[in-house]
Design a protein around this ligand. Structure first.
Ligand SMILES: [Ca+2]
Length: 134
């Protein structure tokens, strides 16, 4: 089983819905057994992870978003390529790249904090294609 922990979150009227793209088996179970199991699983991910980031398509943490706890070689897989304008780092230190597969780094490594506008930290707006914890 693929154990990569890619998460993407979507706001709903009941809170956040987490779609675990790389763990469809778990999602099938979660659909059968409900959200309690889902959140229990997410808590376990949180305990085990050393990195977490939430990306947003608009400045000031607005627009669409995706939450990630591991390397993301291609944001296109989450419909987020060349869209990122702000982000919040919850854990770890992350490096960001203009192109997929960690090519053409911006030369920026950032730790936990709220980054309301990517260009304030040397990342071009609507340009990021991959990222990873370092
Ligand atoms: Ca954007």
């Amino acid at each position: 089983m693929n154990t990569e922990k890619y998460l993407i979150s979507k706001p709903t009227t009941k809170g956040y819905y987490f779609d675990i793209r790389k763990n469809e088996t778990f999602m099938q179970i979660a659909r059968l057994q409900g959200l309690n199991l889902l959140f229990k699983h997410l808590s376990k991910i949180k305990e085990n992870t050393m990195a977490a980031i939430v990306l947003f398509t608009d400045s000031d943490f607005q627009g669409g978003s995706g939450t990630f706890t591991n390397s993301v070689p291609n944001l296109s897989n989450f419909n987020l390529n060349d869209t990122i304008s702000s982000f919040k780092i919850l854990d770890g230190r992350w490096e960001f790249y203009r192109d997929t597969d960690f090519q053409n780094s911006y030369g920026v490594v950032l730790g936990p904090g709220d980054y309301s506008w990517v260009e304030n930290v040397g990342i071009q707006n609507d340009n990021m294609s991959s990222l990873r914890p370092v």
